[in-house]
Design a protein around this ligand. Structure first.
Ligand SMILES: *Cc1c(COP(=O)(O)O)cnc(C)c1O
Length: 470
């Protein structure tokens, strides 16, 4: 045993010090809480000394006590700070999977505030004075936007897939093309979720080609569903074939008791394809082509809160609403409020203005160039050794959606006379708010597609303050 540990002051001694009282005052801590923090720090010091890794002052010195209280202060600060922190996303990737996917607009957040800081009619019918259903708030809007008879909302699209398979196809066969047995980030696999649900996966076709006859030959008395899964996060090129929605819908109609379900992944309500961006089908068009039921995410291309939206035939949705899992997977009022406002923006044709995801995807190169110029002026105004130039580049949509779409953009490359770009990138990342840039060929790149004017001011401020700090 390392003899140094014997010199570590006791907790009792440490509590008699002036530093201990200062610690309690600084962080408004009770004696118990302050003692707990102190004990944690001492036990770490002790372990470090025992491991012969201690490089600090000798445990019998007053410097050691200062060191201990320095660490306890840091621990108190850390344990009182929030873990979820704001990030300014200057990467240009709009639905960044690691950064919370879609961000919500002001009006949407105002509605979330209103609905959650007050009581609301979440499950109450104000006209009749009786119990109401939480489904109806979003349902009428989803039906209006997609033309569906009926709709419901669950926690996310993974939950929607699970509920649909469990409630409608348990112990029955579900036919899926081998080319669509996808894995979405975070270990969500169609084949695994199907196994969990109790539905029996009937794979047809090959990885690159599946024909209508493959499906036709697979339908038996045990078949309950034909399922099509959107290949969200990858693209197949070359010698490929898949069967269009209309033909699968028609095949299912030939067999009573066989439903046709499409997991749309993103599920666009905005016609991106019409503006030359990708070829994502509109949810409405998939239902018009005969899908009995569809599901999609709330926080991908829709630009709303995390949610799984299910739309389709009333008889099927009614079965889902009645299933025990519906209660398990139900969403909170905050989600419903955010979704309701997001959908209302689509109904009123205000999505481009009020939905940050739609706004960021449809921003033109010219708009981004104008913003980039003001940013460059700002960087030059900093002086301080910074230089910046504007170069052409590409932004990604992200979130496993439209993987082959690259949006033309302009990017501001920032460098510094004495500081490396890697260093700038790291200091910005560790700042508050954290600022994320791209690093390419040793240069820090800012794609302002995903940066608001206010955030741009914050970036300039951060660039100024990080010089001279470490
Ligand atoms: C993203 C995605 C899911 C999962 O949706 P979440 O909302 O992330 O749960 C399921 N299926 C497909 C095809 C997807 O693209």
């Amino acid at each position: 045993m390392n003899h140094l540990v014997r010199h570590i002051p006791s907790i009792h001694e440490l509590k008699q010090t002036k530093q201990f009282h200062t610690l309690l005052q600084h962080h408004n801590l009770s004696t118990e809480r302050g003692t707990d923090l102190l004990k944690k720090v001492i036990s770490i010091c002790r372990a470090t000394i025992l491991n012969e890794e201690w490089e600090g002052p000798h445990p019998s010195s007053t410097d050691f006590i200062d060191e201990v209280f320095g660490q306890t202060e840091a621990l108190a600060r850390k344990s009182h700070s929030l873990s979820l922190r704001r990030i300014i996303n200057a990467t240009g990737t709009i639905l960044h999977t690691n950064l919370g996917r879609a961000r919500l607009g002001q009006e949407t957040m105002d509605h979330v505030m209103g609905a959650s800081s007050h009581y609301s009619n979440l499950e109450y019918d104000i006209e009749e004075g009786v119990r109401g259903s939480r489904h109806r708030h979003a349902e009428r809007l989803i039906c209006e936007l997609t033309g569906a008879e009926s709709a419901m909302v669950v926690n996310n699209n993974a939950a929607a897939v699970f509920l649909i398979l469990t409630a409608l196809a348990k112990q029955k066969e579900v036919i899926v093309s081998r080319g669509e047995l996808v894995e979405i980030g975070g270990s969500f696999r169609i084949s695994s979720i199907m196994e969990e649900s109790g539905a029996l996966l009937r794979e047809v076709g090959t990885t690159n080609k599946t024909h209508l006859r493959d499906y036709e030959e697979a339908v038996t008395g045990e078949t309950r569903m034909i399922m099509k899964v959107h290949q969200s996060n990858f693209v197949m090129k070359g010698f490929t074939a898949s069967v269009p929605t209309e033909e699968l819908a028609e095949l299912s109609r030939l067999h009573s008791n066989v439903h046709y379900y499409e997991d749309l992944g993103s599920g666009a309500l905005y016609d991106f394809a019409r503006f030359g961006i990708g070829n994502e089908p509109l949810v409405k068009s998939v239902l018009d082509k005969g899908a009995d039921i569809v599901s999609f995410s709330g926080d991908k291309l829709l630009g709303g809160p995390q949610a799984g939206i299910i739309a389709g035939e009333k008889s099927l949705i009614d079965q889902l609403k009645k299933h025990q899992l519906a209660r398990v997977l139900r969403v909170d009022k905050m989600t419903l409020a955010a979704l309701e406002m997001t959908l209302l923006h689509y109904i009123k044709g205000e999505e481009q203005e009020k939905n940050p995801t739609i706004a960021a995807i449809t921003r033109t190169k010219e708009e981004i160039l104008l913003q980039s110029r003001t940013f460059v002026e700002g960087v030059q105004g900093l002086g301080n050794g910074y230089t910046s130039t504007i170069v052409e580049g590409k932004s990604q949509i992200g979130g496993g959606t439209m993987p082959d779409v690259e949006l033309d953009t302009y990017i501001v490359a920032v460098s510094h006379a004495f500081d490396s770009s890697q260093h700038i990138h790291e200091k910005l990342r560790r700042g508050n708010p954290s600022i994320l840039t791209r690093i390419q060929d040793g240069v820090a790149l800012f794609d302002l597609r995903t940066v608001s004017v206010d955030e741009q001011m914050e970036i300039l401020h951060a660039l100024k303050t990080i010089q001279g700090t470490d």
